[in-house]
Design a protein around this ligand. Structure first.
Ligand code: ADP
Ligand code: MG
Length: 434
């Protein structure tokens, strides 16, 4: 007979039969370690009620029959998916222990060509967790909406499936909790926590790549959950194959389900995001300003939002509308900052794209006309937009002599004067850096 069974006898005499049947009987003994006992309860609310109303009695009963001084309650793993609740309302904020941010929902996520794949996959996973793509692996650059999507999945599941245990955490927190558990010799509790999860959302997995024990622990948790068809969603700054130091076994598991990328947003999506945000925050934003801001901020959506917040703050401080003039004034620093990072490499990239060449071709010694001409354009733009000297520019194009650079610049300058169409094209390339 285990300590819990013995304690039950004492509790039965202390607690009214109705309460005993409702709140004590459903508790299941899981295990015991040193002076701690692990008990399983059916739901988070149940747990709260038992702890508050009967916690002390339970401890006392246990102390009478054993040397146990600590009770740890776990919420039961749900084996069968509960049906979604129809017309669920009101929308409640997710509890803190889920790690979810209720601000990030699907309805606030603007879908465009750059993120529609990841968005569709995220929706599919939220509708039937553990049953469509598992794991779902979402990757993309900074500020492109990965954390937003992970939260949207978590919030949606939390609201539509009662009793599913959802946890979202950055991989760094997983690591910290694990290290903490090791130091306090509480690894069993740590494992119990992650293994009783129904939906595990881990943000920025790249940070635990190569972190020996932590990534091994994550590997165990992953296997445990995946075997039980629990939904796993992972985000990262790059594709599994490109994460540095990632163990092969994790790499291959990350590709078991679906890998979806988020690319930098196109202009239309950026404008839509600005408008949506302006709408939510009650900011008056006209089309010209939206277009201007969207075209100035290159890709990071966080910066896009930052620019809008800043604009709104200035306008309200000055008590004026958000005009084009105000926008240019307020965002000057923002934009100048971006301009400072124009490099020859960046110019090579843009020009290569414009002429459908590879960067390596542009930088090669190949003098075929279809490569040599774009190369001259790239040299010319490098002179216009960077502080680099002619020899430095030459060097960036597989060590061209600076006289070659001078010749290229003169040629493009002349052509701009004589050919308006060409001049327009060069202007539009240069415009992309402004
Ligand atoms: P990441 O985790 O990829 O670095 P975040 O999810 O933190 O990026 O997104 C940065 C900011 O941009 C957040 O405030 C987020 O709400 C917003 N954001 C990103 N993508 C979108 C989108 N498609 N629609 C609306 N807002 C977005
Ligand atoms: Mg993020």
């Amino acid at each position: 007979m285990n300590a819990w069974d013995r304690a039950l006898k004492a509790l039965a005499t202390e607690i009214e039969p109705l309460d005993f049947n409702t709140w004590i009987k459903p508790i299941v003994f899981v295990g015991q370690k040193d002076d701690s006992i692990h008990l399983e309860v059916p739901s988070p609310t149940f747990k709260e009620r038992v702890e508050n109303s009967f916690g002390e009695k339970i401890i006392r009963a246990l102390q009478q029959v054993s040397h146990i001084t600590n009770v740890v309650f776990f919420v039961r793993i749900v084996s069968e998916k509960k049906a979604p609740i129809e017309n669920f309302s009101p929308v409640s904020a997710p509890p803190a222990e889920t790690g979810l941010n209720s601000r990030y929902t699907f309805d606030k996520f603007v879908v465009g060509a750059s993120n529609q794949f990841a968005h569709a996959a995220a929706m599919a996973v939220s509708k039937s967790p553990g049953q469509s793509y598992n794991p779902l692996f979402i990757y993309g650059g900074v500020g492109l909406g990965k954390t937003h999507l992970l939260n949207a999945i978590g919030n949606h599941i939390h609201q539509t499936y009662a009793g599913l245990n959802v946890i979202l955490m950055p991989s760094v927190s997983f690591m910290n909790e694990f290290i903490n558990a090791m130091q306090k010799e509480r690894i069993p509790e740590f494992r119990m926590k992650f293994r009783s999860v129904d939906v595990l959302l881990i943000d920025d997995i790249q940070y635990i790549a190569g972190k020996g024990k932590t990534s091994q622990e994550f590997f165990f948790a992953f296997n445990h959950l995946h075997d039980r068809r629990k939904q796993i969603v992972i985000s990262s700054d790059s594709a599994p194959k490109d994460i540095r130091d990632l163990e092969e076994r994790l790499h291959s598991r990350f590709e078991w389900g679906l890998v979806a990328d988020i690319r930098p947003p196109d202009l239309e999506t950026k404008i839509a995001i600005l408008k949506r945000k302006a709408n939510i925050d009650n900011i008056d934003l006209n089309d010209d300003v939206a277009l201007f801001v969207a075209s100035k901020i290159k890709s990071n959506i966080r910066e896009l939002e930052g620019a809008l917040t800043r604009l709104a703050a200035f306008a309200s401080l000055k008590g004026v509308e958000i005009s084009m003039a105000l926008t240019k004034e307020v965002l000057r620093d923002f934009i100048n900052l971006e301009e400072k990072v124009i490099t020859v490499e960046l110019i090579q990239k843009v020009v290569a794209e414009e002429y459908s060449l590879r960067i390596t071709e542009l930088k090669s010694k190949n003098n075929a006309q279809k490569i040599a001409f774009p190369r001259q354009v790239a040299m010319y733009i490098s002179k216009e937009l960077t502080e680099d000297s002619l020899p430095e520019i030459g060097k960036a194009f597989s060590g061209k002599h600076h006289s070659t650079v001078i010749y290229s610049i003169a040629k493009i300058e002349a052509l701009r004067k004589s050919d308006p169409e060409f001049n327009k094209q060069i202007n539009s390339i240069i415009e992309r850096f402004r």
